[in-house]
Design a protein around this ligand. Structure first.
Ligand code: HEC
Length: 573
């Protein structure tokens, strides 16, 4: 506006004093607004990392007037990334999202109902929930008082668990500016009627595995939507809380994002799919090789990426949107290393021969073994890498010609499980003990000589068949009643698990469509009750990325039928 006015006035010299005045006014205006301009980005840094604009850590006093400064008391620790608060440790941490702070507190029965009945809570939590003291909307001033003095907008003392922060005015303004952006709008991937999801699948995925996953997902979506339609058709036929839940109902839509060609181009391909239709979350999925390109996309776009089937997850402590069943091959390697060290504890010298494929499926676990063993003076580790089948065979041949056969052979065959196993079948006494990853079990040849059977051990990051989990029966029944062919039980049960977690998570967040909030619920709810029996335990905690943390070492059972038998306890490296 001001520029427009100024240029209009540049017409005659008699207007010069006017022009000068306007210019001076403009300069003042710019100076003033830039001084008062708060920086939500710096507020975000304060909220998430406890860092002031000066770069120093924030200071505060907490219960019993204990002063502290440091990042462990940043707002995010209690109010979480989403700002929806939490119920960790049985304390009810109030939400600090913009809609919550800048509106008078109302009794949202749907949200209240979910929090009270979804999970077990100690008495002091439910007591606080039953007495939600009403308060008016916060102003910037009353909000600053709450943060500095622990007094809310109604003048009521807040629970002393909420620290009292010593904040310079500038940082307070930044923080409040950031709080004003927290969960003001639903995240992308949701509209009035539909919530959009995608799964990711790359070319070269085995067609049986592809079909097993997609069929389970499609049937689940159909099933969810059939229920939703029924509820929407009868919105008035509702006991007390029903009408308030109706606003949360959405039709579930599944897109299958197919990735082709070079993994380097995947991020670009994902971006194109996303531009066509943003999704709220990516569920399950299978790609050849490392999951990293998908993870990078999810982290950049802040999209939850929930439980893909991958042996090569990206292990990145900073990731906020990716959760996995386990650490995959690097976990298997750590478990094998631990088992070897335990088994050979009484030996002065442990000799290990490691042969691995030059693909990532070989290098990742081989590196993990090398890392664990490098500081162990009792271990002598010889590494052989192969790039193709000819190189593999020549190395195995050389080994068999050595006059003293290796005691411990660790093999990471990558895509060559079948070839490696066939070779072992013909040379069963190649080594005293041969360790292989669980994936090699899928490539076992028909008849294995018992001399080889006795020597082979596998890392096995799953539950063994002899243990029955209560939920497995229900998942089976669900699959049967939907006419789903169970061709790959573990893959399908795990897919189902990911879907039920999303279902529970969305159910719990009601109509607060925040991806951060969904992630927080999943971290909280991924407990054992929903475990379909594929892993001994499944659980996450705030910031945890891997739901299952260990593996067994197994051998093949003597009879063909009963699969594998654990020879170790569940090892958590
Ligand atoms: C150690 C946990 C903890 C930390 C860290 C924490 N809070 Fe809180 N906060 C709470 C709890 C618990 C409550 C609820 C108090 C009550 O029930 O009376 C609360 C309440 C609040 C309220 C009042 C909400 C309302 O509706 O009246 C605001 C505002 C708030 N916190 C902002 C912040 C900000 C901003 C930070 C970071 C600078 C922060 N909190 C850090 C635990 C925490």
């Amino acid at each position: 506006m001001n520029t427009q006015t100024a240029s209009n006035r540049f017409t005659g010299s008699d207007h010069l004093p006017h022009i000068l005045l306007t210019l001076i006014n403009m300069i003042f205006f710019v100076l003033l607004t830039s001084c008062a301009q708060s920086r939500p980005d710096l507020g975000k840094q304060l909220y998430r990392e406890g860092k002031l604009s000066s770069g120093e850590s924030v200071s505060a006093t907490t219960q019993g007037d204990i002063s502290f400064s440091g990042t462990q008391f940043s707002c995010v620790n209690c109010h979480r990334r989403s700002g929806y608060g939490s119920s960790e440790g049985g304390n009810y941490v109030l939400p600090v999202t913009a809609p919550s702070l800048f509106n008078p507190r109302t009794l949202d029965r749907a949200n209240l109902f979910k929090k009270m009945f979804k999970e077990y809570q100690p008495k002091r939590f439910t007591a606080r929930m039953h007495m939600p003291q009403m308060r008016p909307a916060y102003t910037d001033k009353s909000l600053a008082r709450a943060i500095r003095e622990g007094i809310d907008s109604a003048g009521t003392q807040l629970n002393p668990l909420m620290p009292k922060y010593q904040l310079p005015d500038e940082d307070m303004a930044n923080l409040i500016a950031y709080l004003k952006t927290l969960s003001t709008m639903p995240d992308p991937g949701v509209d009035q009627s539909t919530i959009y999801f995608a799964t990711v699948i790359s070319d070269k995925i085995d067609s049986v595995k592809r079909r097993a996953m997609l069929q389970t997902m499609r049937k689940f979506f159909e099933w969810m939507n059939r229920d939703t339609r029924g509820d929407l058709r009868n919105p008035n036929f509702s006991p007390h809380y029903r009408t308030e839940f109706i606003k949360a109902y959405r039709v579930w839509n599944l897109a299958v994002w197919e990735l082709k060609g070079d993994p380097q181009s995947w991020q670009q391909q994902l971006q194109v799919y996303y531009q066509q239709q943003p999704v709220f979350a990516i569920i399950s999925g299978q790609v050849t090789g490392a999951w990293k390109p998908v993870q990078t996309f999810c982290e950049n776009m802040e999209i939850p990426c929930l439980f893909p089937h991958t042996a090569l997850p990206e292990i990145d402590k900073k990731s906020a949107y990716s959760v996995y069943f386990n650490r995959g091959l690097s976990l298997e390697a750590d478990v094998i290393a631990k088992q070897i060290i335990q088994q050979q504890a009484d030996k002065a010298n442990i000799q290990i021969t490691q042969i691995y494929s030059a693909e990532q499926e070989g290098m990742t676990p081989a590196d993990a073994i090398n890392n664990t063993m490098k500081n162990n003076n009792h271990v002598q580790l010889d590494n052989y890498v192969f790039h193709d089948i000819a190189e593999l065979q020549s190395q195995l041949k050389k080994l068999s010609e050595i006059h003293e056969r290796p005691d411990l052979l660790v093999l990471w065959p990558g895509a060559y499980s079948r070839e490696v196993l066939e070779w072992l079948q013909d040379n069963p006494t190649l080594a005293n003990t041969v360790y292989l990853p669980s994936k090699a079990l899928d490539a076992l040849p028909q008849a294995i000589p018992s001399s080889l059977k006795q020597r082979m051990l596998f890392s096995y990051p799953y539950e063994v068949a002899s243990v029955q989990h209560p939920r497995a029966y229900r998942v089976h029944a669900w699959m049967n009643s939907r006419g789903i062919e169970v061709t790959d039980k573990r893959l399908q049960f795990n897919t189902y698990y990911a879907l039920t977690l999303v279902q529970y998570g969305l159910d719990a967040i009601v109509d607060n469509f925040s991806r951060d909030y969904l992630m927080e619920y999943i971290e909280h709810e991924a407990e054992n009750a929903l475990n379909p029996g594929t892993f001994p335990r499944l659980s996450l905690g705030p910031g945890q990325r891997f739901a299952s943390k260990g593996a067994y070492i197994v051998k093949l059972s003597a009879d063909e039928e009963s699969g594998v038998i654990a020879v170790s306890d569940w090892i958590i490296p």
